[in-house]
Ligand binder design. Structure first.
Ligand code: SF4
Ligand code: SF4
Length: 137
């Protein structure tokens, strides 16, 4: 991550230091999906599925990424996650992501919920009042 020594990092603007992706529980019912819709109501949040695992993606730059040279300002003290990050298959090297699913807005999730679980109204017509018939004399 934003390394000084890796040649690939020298050509990159520190893409891997501009977000954090955290695993979330796999949604099971409509309420779970609606909770994810709530995440997506917030700015700079996306949700993606990779190899069947669900993640929340928070697009927020690390405060130690220098915008002058895109190096890490605390390189020698950078956290374990940064040290362990494998730059061989990083964001810059791999290019476009190949997610199973990606949600970038709450409205997108809303549509997905409707398709997956169906609309409440769908197939449920309100019972009509029967018209009063005139009694035959
Ligand atoms: S995205 Fe890859 S190339 Fe760019 S700084 Fe991070 S590890 Fe280096
Ligand atoms: S601490 Fe350094 S290497 Fe880690 S995310 Fe921040 S800028 Fe990148």
């Amino acid at each position: 991550m934003a390394g000084k020594k890796k040649s690939l990092c020298e050509k990159c603007t520190g893409l891997c230091c501009r977000y954090l992706a955290l695993p979330i529980e796999t949604p099971e019912d409509k309420q779970d999906y609606d909770d994810i819709r709530w995440y997506l109501c917030h700015k700079s949040i996306t949700v993606f599925v990779e190899d069947g695992e669900w993640y929340i993606n928070i697009m927020n730059k690390c405060k130690y990424l220098s915008e002058k040279d895109y190096h890490c300002k605390i390189y020698d003290k950078r956290p374990r996650i940064c040290r362990k990050y494998n730059h061989k298959d990083c964001d810059f090297a791999e290019g476009e992501y190949d997610y199973d699913l990606e949600f970038t807005s709450d409205t997108q999730m809303d549509e997905y919920i409707k398709i997956k679980f169906g609309s409440k109204k769908a197939g449920k017509r309100k019972p009509k009042r029967r018209k009063k018939g005139k009694k035959k004399k």
